[in-house]
Design a protein around this ligand. Structure first.
Ligand code: CP3
Length: 348
């Protein structure tokens, strides 16, 4: 597997992630596809979230919607971090306004051993959707993604979303062997999910470890990071830039790139110039507008965008994004405006 072919392989997004010169700062938004768009809500009518994710027509159309509307510099595949588990046969539902809910949470070593493996040939729908998207996107890169082992483990163990992740941590401390087996399993399925997307033509990948910020640096380094590294290692020599993202990871920033990332995603808590110091010279940065700022006024939005563009210059490369996903109540016009402003501020 060599360099990803096609015009998107030399896009500003790919170049910025690698720390190469760009024509202007690329911008896209986590959760750019979704409930902030009326055209998304219309298309999703009557189809369950996890059903929609397995329908190549819907995946293609929903992924394209924000690209057409906002002129963002990348598409991100419409899917979900729990999809590999669902395809493998784990009973999961995504409840609107709640998130993934697991019918039989993992509570014992036996539960870990009973997890079904992900068979790659059950991902044909995904390869089909990615191929169609890449053809339709042309020079705009498609970002493939997967959920990192830790964040997936939190859903499996808690049974759904949680704030403290106390059960997850208790399992991690009390059952270290089963913990590592569980994260091994999740790393293998995440790598399979990513490889399918890259082999079908995705130009970049992002690993979402959304909830890793609840861990101390020592626990993260010892009990989680090796498994996230295994996911990136599973890509072998596939030549696509790799982004590693989590929320509340200020204390983990010196470690996160170590998983094998080219670019580190940062939330709004740490300014990008400080984040650049913490991650060190070998990484680009992605972020980090607070999604709540988009609910304020134009003056505030513009001031914050300008600040982030300036602070982003401290990194070897910068991809403008939010610090976490678009909130459903966001005015889509504010997103389009941010794309235009970032481009205007950074075009040489
Ligand atoms: O546009 C995109 O960003 C691409 C698609 C995408 C979705 N989920 C679609 C989605 C991506 C990259 C994800 C990743 C994801 N899913 C993460 C990691 C990123 C993050 O936000 O931290 C996590 C933790 C999940 C789990 C999950 N799935 C949550 C917490 C929710 C939200 C629940 C809610 O309704 O508030 C989902 C559902 C989900 N995933 C939606 C979308 C568009 C909403 C589904 C709907 O329309 O009802």
């Amino acid at each position: 597997m060599g360099t990803a072919a096609g015009p998107a392989a030399d896009s500003d997004l790919v170049r910025a992630a690698r720390g190469l010169p760009v024509t202007r700062t690329p911008v896209w938004f986590m959760r750019q596809a979704g409930r902030s768009l009326p055209e998304y809500r219309a298309l999703r009518q009557g189809t369950a979230m996890l059903q929609a994710c397995q329908d190549p027509d819907l995946v293609t159309e929903i992924t394209m919607q924000p690209v057409r509307r906002h002129g963002v510099d990348a598409a991100i595949l419409f899917s979900d971090i729990v999809l590999p588990l669902v395809v493998a046969g784990v009973d999961i539902e995504i409840k609107a306004g709640v998130g993934p809910v697991i019918a039989s949470p993992i509570r014992s070593v036996a539960d870990v051993d009973a997890l079904p493996p992900l068979e790659p040939d059950r991902l044909d729908f995904l390869g089909t959707a990615v191929q169609r998207l890449v053809a339709e996107l042309g020079a705009t890169p498609l970002i493939g993604f997967a959920g990192a082992p830790f964040t997936l483990a939190t859903y499996l163990i808690e049974g759904g979303p949680s704030k403290e992740h106390a059960r997850t941590k208790a399992f991690m401390y009390a059952e270290p062997e089963a913990w590592h087996r569980l994260l091994d399993h999740l790393a293998i399925s995440a790598a399979t999910f990513l490889r399918t997307q890259v082999d079908a033509g995705a130009s970049a990948v992002q690993l979402f470890d959304s909830w890793a910020g609840v861990l101390s640096a020592a626990d993260y380094a010892q009990r989680v990071l090796p498994h996230s590294r295994a996911v990136f290692d599973g890509l072998g020599d596939r030549d696509v830039p790799r982004t590693h993202f989590g929320v509340g990871t200020g204390e983990l920033l010196p470690l996160i790139g170590d998983a094998g990332a080219d670019m580190v995603g940062v939330d709004w808590r740490v300014p990008l110039d400080e984040a650049a110091r913490r991650v060190g010279p070998g990484y680009s940065l992605q972020g980090n507008l607070d999604p709540a700022v988009l609910l304020s006024d134009r003056e505030t939005i513009d001031r914050e965008v300008r600040r982030i563009v300036e602070q982003g210059r401290a990194a070897r490369g910068h991809v403008f994004n939010l610090g976490h996903g678009v909130l459903p109540e966001t005015d889509p016009g504010a997103l389009t405006h941010v794309v235009e402003l970032v481009h205007e501020l950074t075009t040489a």
